[in-house]
Design a protein around this ligand. Structure first.
Ligand code: NOJ
Ligand code: MG
Length: 601
């Protein structure tokens, strides 16, 4: 017998040996490992291990303009106690985070964006005690509180500016001073950005109103002061900051440089848009400052328990992706993506909206989180922007349907959930907004932000439940008799509030929270897309944001046979797409402003 044969015999008889036991053990443990791996894979596919998401990736951010949300003391101006009294509304709505525009001490020339004390609450809004209560009461309702942080400028009534005008150290260089108005730099609000101080007999730089002098970020003492402000609010227990006007933090030190014309059509040399802001916007130095605030704020991240207590920072910017996305890299969680603020005007049809959404997804830096904004206190309300269809329907529901079903954090402006509209009838005499007033009687309407800042419409009573005063700071929209929370909540038919609520609830499903996003049929009127997370339900969203009927076949190209209506804009002239009905997907017909979210089998 060949040695080979011998060895073969030996092998055959090995079962009784130690080697054989080891081999058996090896096979068994391999089998068990394989089973565990398969089980884990199945669980993962079924979504048992969703990607870890921070709270700000899962919530709607709801912007409160505090002057206009709820007045508690009858002066016609909203306040902190007013907000506290309405906190339950957010639980009802399905919103887990509120951003409150500035409530700090201010002469209110720019309604709080001109701050005279960064760590004090203006008495008009209440006290620090009220703020503490607000934070506590919000947290008791699992609601996060994001405050506005306005670092670029202070009020000209801030003690720092007053002392700077007097050349009192260390404040002498807290602002940007020159003997002459050295160049053509313009204010965002129009006119020269150089204001004259009769006290100091020098010019100072202001990117916004003359009453909002820019702080000098090249002065380390200023940097320290602003870090201390962030620290103050971090200690106070806030959950995040919305950072105002981030592009304007630094200006070139070479003031001999004039800004060239932008050549944008339709602007006069008096306007900011007329110039290309090479020396006054988006300077690279901004990154370090943001990082400093972020480091301070994140000291207050608290991971001692299971709760996600990470702090959040979003920076305000209107810019193309190549510019805004740079702000993802310096400690901010995200820059606002304002593309849909313009994209919700009728000049942007469905194909244009699709392009804007694609731009956000395709340009997003690796590992970063997308976001979308459609309205805020500086721009016309979304319902007013897009107008009405020939049959008199507003686009409120389709726009909210879009915003709340996209992948990424949506930021919503108070009242847009109701379909509140701009108040366009405010006379020049009654206009409050300095930006509007700057352009005089003939043009103020093109610039005033008062129309979108009118009081929240809570009910149909004479002051809409906003105030007991007969003189709210801005007039109420007369349509508050039928566009208000109480009516829209209790109506027997589908209302914008009900649609918004249904969408907010649905957003909590994995498909919307973190699922994939894939466009389906789109033309100039209709947009459709599918959201899905493996192991969970998938949804088809189809909306008509256009002016013509859309007829869509989802069967031929995508093989979708039928689905169940889970959210409807409710403004259909027929019953075919009623809530919870199962509908055929080979021919969906949508009139302008109609939309559906359909559960796919
Ligand atoms: C942007 C704010 O949103 C706006 O309301 C304000 O007027 C300017 N920044 C100046 O702070
Ligand atoms: Mg600046």
């Amino acid at each position: 017998m060949s040695p080979k044969g011998e060895s073969g015999l030996k092998k055959k008889g090995c079962c009784a040996t130690n080697k054989c036991l080891i081999f058996l053990c090896f096979v068994v443990s391999l089998g068990i490992t394989a089973l565990i791996v398969v089980a884990l894979l199945v669980m993962n596919v079924r979504g048992r291990f969703p990607p870890e998401q921070k709270w700000w990736q899962k919530t709607i951010v709801y912007q409160i303009y505090p002057r206009s949300f709820q007045d508690s003391d009858g002066d016609g101006i909203g306040d902190l106690n007013g907000i506290i009294s309405r906190l339950d509304y957010f639980n009802y709505l399905g919103v887990d985070a509120i951003w409150i525009s500035p409530v700090y001490e201010s002469p209110m020339i720019d309604f709080g964006y001109d701050i005279s004390n960064f760590t004090k609450v203006d008495p008009m809004f209440g006290s620090m005690e009220n703020m503490k209560t607000l934070i506590k009461e919000a947290h008791a309702r699992n609601l996060r509180v994001i405050l506005d942080f306005v670092p670029n400028h202070s009020s000209n009534k801030h003690p720092w500016f007053i002392k700077s005008e007097l050349r009192e150290d260390p404040y002498t260089d807290y602002y940007i001073w020159h003997d002459t108005a050295p160049n053509n730099w313009h204010s965002v609000f129009g006119g020269s950005a150089w204001g004259w101080s009769d006290v100091r007999k020098q010019y100072y730089y202001h990117a916004f109103l003359p009453e909002q002098p820019d702080l000098n970020y090249r002065n380390p003492a200023v940097r320290e002061e602003m870090k201390n402000s962030v620290d103050f609010w971090g200690r106070m227990g806030i959950d995040g900051l919305r950072v105002d006007a981030i592009p304007y933090l630094f200006e070139s030190t070479n003031v001999s440089l004039n800004e060239p014309p932008s050549n944008l059509p339709g602007f006069t040399s008096e306007q900011w848009e007329y110039y290309d802001h090479l020396y006054t916007a988006n300077l690279p130095e901004i990154n370090d400052a943001i990082q400093e605030w972020s480091d301070v704020l994140r000291k207050y991240d608290n991971s001692d328990d299971d709760t996600d207590n990470s702090k959040f920072m979003v920076v305000e910017i209107y810019a193309v992706p190549s510019i805004r996305n740079a702000y993802y890299t310096n400690g901010a969680d995200m820059p606002f993506n304002m593309d849909l603020v313009e994209g919700s005007y009728p000049s942007c049809n469905a194909s244009c909206i699709k392009k804007l959404v694609e731009i956000e997804y395709n340009t997003l830096p690796e590992g970063k989180w997308p976001n979308f904004v459609m309205g805020n206190h500086d721009r016309s309300r979304l319902t007013s922007k897009r107008g009405i269809t020939t049959s008199g329907k507003t686009y409120t529901n389709v726009l909210n349907m879009l915003l709340l079903t996209l992948r990424g954090t949506p930021t919503c402006y108070y009242g847009d959930e109701l379909g509140m509209e701009d108040v366009d009838t405010i006379s020049f005499e009654d206009t409050q907004d300095p930006y509007g007033l700057h352009f005089g009687t003939s043009a103020y309407k093109n610039f005033s932000r008062d129309p979108e800042r009118t009081p929240m419409q809570w009910d149909e009573s004479p002051q809409a439940g906003f105030t007991n005063s007969s003189h709210p700071w801005l007039p109420l929209n007369q349509n508050h008799t039928f566009i208000n929370v109480q009516y829209e909540k209790n109506a027997s038919h589908i209302t914008p509030l009900k649609v918004y609520r249904a969408l907010a609830k649905l957003r909590q499903e994995p498909a919307f929270l973190y699922g994939s996003f894939d466009f389906r049929y789109t033309d100039d009127n209709v947009i459709s897309y599918v959201r899905s997370a493996s192991g969970y339900s998938s949804y088809l969203v189809v909306i008509n944001v256009g002016t013509e009927t859309g007829t869509i076949d989802f069967k031929t190209p995508y093989d979708y046979q039928e689905g169940t209506v889970k959210v409807t804009t409710g403004n259909f002239d027929h019953e075919d797409y009623a809530l919870d009905s199962t509908i055929k997907l080979d021919k969906i017909i949508l009139q302008p402003a109609e939309g559906l979210v359909i559960l796919l089998p």
